[in-house]
Design a protein around this ligand. Structure first.
Ligand SMILES: CC(C)(COP(=O)(O)OP(=O)(O)OC[C@H]1O[C@@H](n2cnc3c(N)ncnc32)[C@H](O)[C@@H]1OP(=O)(O)O)[C@@H](O)C(=O)NCCC(=O)NCCS
Length: 138
């Protein structure tokens, strides 16, 4: 993830990776996804924006770009996971993602509490978006 920096080219403002579906990788949201077929699904993993660059739309632009790349790769579905009961999850739902499998306990209570999130945020929510339908059909 890079942003233009005045007179010095570009600067890294965060990170993100796009994973191909691997039905055997339990670290991916896609693991045991219903009706998943290898190649059909890709996952946005580890999206992170450095604190000083947050709330400027970088994550959302990056997600848009990942969706475009995924479509070009022929993927039908793109997935992510997010902390349950979080503003970020709410935002994912607003930009066309939907929850598609049961919650899983994935985060440590001490980390969740340290971030000021409610206790039930130790659960991860798994979201997906279909790439083969046009936006206003969702
Ligand atoms: C989550 C994260 C990637 C968002 O990056 P970002 O570039 O700040 O996100 P955007 O600017 O594109 O925000 C889009 C929207 O998401 C929501 N949002 C993002 N961060 C938020 C926060 N800390 N609190 C509340 N809402 C938030 C808002 O609705 C925001 O739109 P708005 O600013 O117009 O209200 C960034 O906060 C981060 O790196 N956090 C730590 C790692 C992490 O939690 N990754 C996500 C794992 S699911």
């Amino acid at each position: 993830m890079a942003a233009a920096e005045e007179s010095r080219g570009t600067k890294s403002i965060g990170m993100v990776s796009l994973h191909l579906h691997d039905p055997k990788d339990p670290s991916l949201a896609n693991f045991r996804a219903p009706e998943a077929e290898a190649g059909d699904r890709v996952e946005i993993e580890g999206i992170f924006v450095y604190p000083e660059f947050r709330r400027k739309g970088a994550a959302e632009q990056t997600i848009d770009y990942m969706e475009k790349l995924a479509k070009e790769m022929g993927a039908k579905v793109i997935t992510m996971n997010a902390v349950q009961k979080s503003a970020i999850l709410e935002r994912y739902l607003k930009i066309g993602y939907r929850e598609y499998k049961p919650l899983e306990k994935r985060y440590l209570l001490r980390d969740v509490l340290a971030l000021g999130w409610p206790e039930e945020s130790v659960y991860a929510a798994f979201v997906e978006k279909r790439l083969d339908v046009v936006e206003d059909q969702i």
